[in-house]
Write a protein that binds this ligand. Structure first.
Ligand SMILES: [Zn+2]
Length: 161
């Protein structure tokens, strides 16, 4: 784990929601694999490996990650992002995050006759919910500007599923 990631985790753990989510993982005997990506543009992501185990991909090159997102709507707050706020977002996509806020999992992938179909509205709601309730909670507690957008979607106007 890089020193940049460790510093970001420390910031995340200092917030109310972050500490609850980390405690939830520990109490469920969960594990978190942190994998540093080769290209900064490939950071940040999260996937549940099981009901308690998580994999989080990240980059220590925050500026490189920001440069790869230059043309995003200003409401995405790319310029103000920190590794802490990005981790807050990614943990929001996990079982531990959902457990702490009692959120149901959002099913965005269905298999129809063996063919994978993605429900774009469901995957968008997953992102909007994560920005609204996880990333913005971190930003608010840290006195950072809140995100109003996920890519081009206004998170206040998006009708939740
Ligand atoms: Zn996301």
């Amino acid at each position: 784990m890089s020193k940049e990631l460790l510093a970001g985790l420390r910031e995340y753990a200092s917030t109310d929601l972050g500490s609850k989510i980390i405690r939830n993982i520990i109490e469920n005997n969960g594990t978190v694999n942190f994998i540093e990506v080769f290209l900064p543009s490939d950071g940040f992501g999260a996937v549940d490996l099981s009901s308690s185990d998580i994999e989080i991909t990240y980059t220590s090159n925050l500026q490189g990650w920001k440069n790869s997102r230059k043309d995003f709507h200003q409401g995405n707050q790319v310029n103000t992002a920190t590794i802490g706020s990005l981790l807050a977002h990614e943990f929001g996509h996990t079982n531990a995050g959902r457990n702490v806020l009692n959120f149901p999992a959002i099913k965005s992938i269905n298999y129809v006759n063996g063919k994978m179909e993605i429900n774009p509205n469901a995957s968008k709601w997953e992102e909007v919910r994560t920005v609204k309730y996880f990333e913005n909670a971190y930003r608010e507690q840290k006195g950072m500007p809140l995100r109003t957008h996920y890519v081009n979607t206004d998170i206040m106007k998006f009708k939740e599923l």
